[in-house]
Design a binder for this molecule. Sequence first.
Ligand code: GLN
Length: 544
Amino acid sequence: MPKNIKKYIFVVGGVMSGVGKGVAAASIGKILQSRGFEVTAIKIDPYVNVDAGTMNPTEHGEVFVLDDGMECDQDMGNYERFLDRDLTRDNYMTTGSIYQAVINRERNLGYGGKCVEVVPHIPLEVLSRIEKAAEKNKADITIIEIGGTVGEYQNILFLEAIRMLKIKKPDDVLLVLVSYLPLQNNQSELKTKPTQYAVRTLNSAGLQPDIILARATAFLDKKRKEKIAFNCNLPEENVISAPDVESIYEIPLNFEKDNLSAVLLEKLKLKFKKQDLRNWRRFVSGIRRAKKPIKIGIVGKYFGTGEFVLADSYVSVIEAVKHAAYHSNRKPVIQWLNAETYEVKPHKIKELGEFDGIIVPGGFGGRGVEGKIAVINYCRRNKIPFLGLCYGMQLAVVEFSRNVAGLKKAHTTEVNPETPYPVIDILPEQKQKLAKKDYGGSMRLGVYPASLKKGTIAYAAYKEYLISEKHRHRYEVNPDYVKRLEKKGIIFSGFSPDRQLMEIMELPVKNHPFFVASQFHPEFKSRPLKPHPLFREFIKTALN
Ligand code: GLN
């Protein structure tokens, strides 16, 4: 590879949101990576929120966490999973973070007395961050996804940034429009007109897409491609089909059916190698072959948006289950279980018996907590494979304290600050931040090391003494109770190297086939070709 390539591919959305722009961007990254380039990806969110940490999951979906503690959009998780790269805070920005930086610089006289204006100073800040991220990631090609849909007020300044960079580096910048072709019930023809309008909107911002990814129920026929090409001013081979898929991991392969990587690299004037997507192809054919189901229940509460179920709140958990299930040649069947159901209809808890395994994922606040504790109790007593994630571990400790260790009203102080047995409690330094109402970034965030205890399920899964995992929480197992709980049979198989913070709890295998929970979020580290050890072992046990 020639040294010092710096190319930029911007991905914007047209027509409507929610058509999979993030996985499209990640898939573009994957196919370019498969041609031997170092690729990184950046997400720009048009929110005024400085990061995603303060956003409610039912509003915005999962908050993904990077190694360095950045709380960001779930698309960052897609990039990490598809590219198999750990990204950093340089790879994420929001409108809020950009304005904050510009305003701080102005306050520090960083603009030397000049009038600071929305244009060009905001787009310039955006561009300087993009270039910094490209540099830091040593990327030949940087994919930049702009949140929202073209035509919204919110992302105009980002379009302006693309325009400015394109003037400066005409050969190094490409624009990809991910559009949508609707299909009406009484017609059999995919409609291209909304895409034409989206392109016109881009044109009025001084931009012309180089590639159009046509999201639709099916592959485009020649007629549709011709129509889009003619009306949107681009060659037919730059119109790429992006049909609905059963698994998102098929998308890079679908793009290659229309030669997307070659089209992109030729347009960027880059010489490229023969593609190597062998492992990816093998993984995807494994998905297609996995027919035998494995049934996993996920007990949560962030599902409801009106009549719809928002699985987005737990996307990394879902993907981690999938990676592990495919690894065991099983088709994952995931069912959402609303924790609150078990509070109002306790008899319903018996339905848990239908599942091969149960996951209690992360969460905040009191709603649904007693339901989750009831679920954990049922899994423990009925030997149903159980995996607890963050809040799931904290509540497993509460359940054990109450029902095994005899600490009747044990609780987390997050829910009951007056509990006589605060087995889960907040750390003193977090307390200070909360007292100041400093909620943004006030959690234990990002990767921390943990030591593992030999002879445990955790050690057998990782086969390592020292691991590093991602965190996002304020509360911890109260160190004052650790000895007492251990005496009653809990095994803390993972802990911070100074032994102050408990990272993994489990029950002895002689009592339960798989009862494991972690204070960290293993789901954030699972990758398609490298399922996370805890998920992998959970699924393996659930198979039996
Ligand atoms: N609410 C708990 C805490 O803040 C758990 C957080 C989580 O599950 N991510 O510690």
